[in-house]
Design a binder for this molecule. Structure first.
Ligand SMILES: [Zn+2]
Length: 98
């Protein structure tokens, strides 16, 4: 109990730049048509980006520029519409699919 089992993977939010444990961030990947979707399994292929599970950080991704840079694309990238629908108004957190 309470023993630290090695290091926790840390990722950086592409919106605010804060480093957090992997589980506190949501992983983003590109789906085949090129929209940004959540990779809840963490096993999606290709380049991933991480963002905090809160509305301000996800809201900043709506302009497309941060996503473009995170995925190193030439064109702006946008969040899948379902991504935004999942956002909760209460507490600013997204409902996690389980
Ligand atoms: Zn953030």
């Amino acid at each position: 109990m309470g023993r630290n089992k090695g290091h926790t993977p840390v990722r950086t939010c592409i919106s605010c730049g804060v480093k957090r444990g992997k589980k506190e961030l949501v992983r983003l990947i590109l789906d085949p048509p090129g929209l940004v979707v959540r990779d809840d399994s963490g096993k999606g292929r290709g380049r991933g980006a991480y963002v905090c599970l809160n509305k301000p950080c996800i809201g900043k991704l709506e302009t497309g520029d941060r996503l473009k840079r995170a995925f190193r694309k030439e064109r702006p990238l946008f969040l899948h519409p379902e991504f935004l629908e999942e956002m909760s108004d209460e507490g600013g957190y997204i409902k996690m699919k389980s």
